[in-house]
Design a protein around this ligand. Sequence first.
Ligand code: FO1
Length: 307
Amino acid sequence: MLAGGVGAAKFLRGLIQSTDPASLTIVVNTADDDRFFGLAVSPDLDTIIYTLAGMASRRRGWGLAGDRFRCLEALGLLYDDAGWFRLGDRDLATHIYRTDRLAAGASLSAVTAELGAAFGVAARVLPMTDHPVRTVLDTDDGHLSFQRYLVERRTRPSVRGIRYRGASAARPAPGVVRAIRDADAVIIAPSNPFLSIGPMLAVPGIRSALSARRRPVAAVSPLVRGRAVTGPLARLLRRFGHPVSSVGIARCYRPFLDLLVIDRRDGRDAFALEREGCRAVLADTIFSTPRRAARTARALLAALELA
Ligand code: FO1
């Protein structure tokens, strides 16, 4: 699976009920990573690990369930700019550990494997790369890091362009290309194609590994009736000249996408998708509960002849 953070995690809660988690490799976006108080924070990696461990906050979608923010409150007395990115007390332990291990010379993939093992995660979680890649948004408020755009500015500034800084010099992390090559199926999570999957496709070697596959590449559409469940996806599709529909999503993943799971309410897109050479599977794509996600995961696995 190729995954961003919160949207991917909601689908993953169902996928792990429908297949053995140990059979999954999840390649995760790291272009949202940032530093807060000198700590290396990898939000999407942590969201995926906490979700697989059954410890993610269901309400927020990110961070640890039941976490408190006492340390952040204390930091607010010391820093002018603290508090807009909410790092929980127990979540901070993850960032301290990651920062410490990276400073000691460990790679991000090694640290991620250590965190996965510590949280009892059976699936293999890989960062897309061990090199620094950062999404930078060119907006009418200037250049913004991803977290400033998403969390601090709540996606309000209008976006003129997106850069994945560092991507062209990056290499896929160990195991990423082999996982894409050898998997029975690749599933692109219902993540934002520009902000979560785009950075991955910009790392040389990842897009070509997807294009070289002979077995299916599937995706789950993050749009229902032209609207994203959360976030700025509809605006970004429009900005970059794509139809604001599942056809627009399929075009982001051309030419390697074979199958797209779309919401039943978008059933009439199926013909247009087939014309684009992409098979449509109709299912429920609002993953408000693990059970709803599991039903759709089963439909996808059946369409892929893996169930
Ligand atoms: N998202 C928010 O909307 N507000 C936050 O304060 C916030 C804090 C946060 C802390 C740790 C972490 O791992 C994730 C966090 N997220 C927060 C989620 C994150 O910004 C995004 O969901 C992803 O980067 C997008 O996939």
